[in-house]
Ligand binder design. Structure first.
Ligand SMILES: Nc1ncnc2c1ncn2[C@@H]1O[C@H](COP(=O)(O)OP(=O)(O)OP(=O)(O)O)[C@@H](O)[C@H]1O
Ligand SMILES: [Mg+2]
Length: 348
């Protein structure tokens, strides 16, 4: 009894699933019965045939409905599997041979969805890291300024041996703080696409000579030679002068900052369609394992040392953005204890 009712329920379910083909069946049957009606005169044979046709229809519909149900259930279980995260790889998603192309589509959708989620997770991680870094970097100078001011207020202001020194240090930290804020504003403007670029041709020799003059005092202070090897007379390169200046200043400042003795050179190599700009130093160099990371925001090879000389690790991140905005790429070669070379190309 139970088995009979289960079979009946299954037949009902199959027939109901095959309902979508009912129109085609009715159409086909009507034509068939119509033809038989004309061909067969004997009523009894005619009714038997019609009965048989209807019976086989039911059998067919049941078989089709059964197959359709099976396929629908397989699709449903794949979808619910995706929702419940039970698949690790797209290849784990399997449907019957007939549904091969659907299987491929679902696998591709699964892969795309997974990479979108990975990407969003990565962005979220970067955002959290960025916020943590910003707060940490802000805290350092603010705490230092607070410390010096409190000590001064507590009486050190009247102690001529330290008061000027404390004020100088507090002042240095306000400069660091303001540099950090400027860098952060630049980064956020660049990354949100708000930085307007204004490209034009300019004389590269005049341009770099001017920057070199401005940076000379910094080099002299460290007793480092700062040399520019000019390009061929009248060479014009294409770019945003103001933004490029920011990149040059960052790169030359780094070269001077991370060089203890020797020289910093700026060279231009003229190529067929580009001018290749090279900033080379005889400094401490960058360890090979750090070289791919120095363009990340806040990344410093030696955090303590870099902070002591006023670095926050945003300089090269800004440089990379600016150079990429010029459809170019910044390259770096470096050898520990020998020196580093940063280069990029600008269009002629
Ligand atoms: N010319 C160089 N020689 C050796 N190391 C360098 C050189 N340029 C960059 N670096 C390394 O790469 C790191 C990242 O440089 P970046 O300019 O982004 O930061 P920073 O100089 O520390 O701080 P700032 O934000 O003030 O520029 C530096 O901390 C330093 O360790
Ligand atoms: Mg720097």
């Amino acid at each position: 009894m139970v088995i009979a009712s289960r079979v009946w329920n299954e037949i009902k379910a199959n027939l109901s699933s095959a309902k979508v083909y009912l129109k085609e069946f009715l159409f086909f049957n009507t034509i068939l019965i119509f033809i038989l009606f004309f061909l067969i005169e004997t009523k009894i044979i005619l009714s038997t045939l019609i009965f048989l046709i209807l019976f086989f229809n039911l059998v067919f519909l049941n078989a089709i409905g059964y197959k359709r149900n099976k396929e629908l259930n397989a699709i449903k279980s794949v979808i619910s599997g995706i929702r419940r995260n039970i698949f690790n790889l797209p290849e784990d998603i399997k449907l019957s041979y007939n549904l091969h192309s659907l299987q491929e589509e679902i696998q591709q959708m699964f892969e795309k969805e997974r990479s979108d989620i990975e990407y969003l997770k990565k962005l979220e991680r970067i955002r959290t890291e960025f916020l943590a870094n910003v707060s940490h970097e802000l805290r350092t100078p603010i705490f230092a300024i607070q410390g010096y001011i409190e000590t001064l207020l507590d009486g050190a202001i009247n102690d001529d041996r330290v008061n000027k020194n404390f004020l100088d240090k507090a002042n240095q930290h306000t400069i660091n703080l303001s540099n950090l804020l400027n860098d952060l504003i630049d980064i956020s403007m660049i990354e949100s696409g708000e930085m307007r670029m204004s490209y034009r041709y300019f004389n590269i020799n005049d341009y770099i000579n001017q920057i070199i003059q401005e940076m000379m005092p910094l080099a002299k202070e460290k007793k480092i030679e700062l040399i520019y090897h000019p390009a061929g007379e009248g060479l014009q390169l294409f770019g945003d002068k103001a933004r490029l200046k920011q990149a040059f200043v960052n790169l030359i400042t780094n070269a001077i900052k991370y060089t203890e003795q020797g020289k910093v050179e700026v060279l231009i190599e003229e190529e067929q369609k580009h001018g290749k700009i090279i900033i080379r130093d005889t400094g401490i160099g960058i360890p090979p394992e750090d070289i791919n990371r120095i363009f990340e925001r806040f990344y410093r090879v030696d955090k303590a040392r870099s902070r002591d000389i006023g670095g926050t690790g945003l300089g090269l991140a800004i440089v990379k953005h600016i150079i990429e905005a010029h459809n170019s790429k910044i390259e770096v070669k470096s050898e520990l204890g020998v020196g580093s070379e940063f280069s990029f190309r600008l269009k002629k």
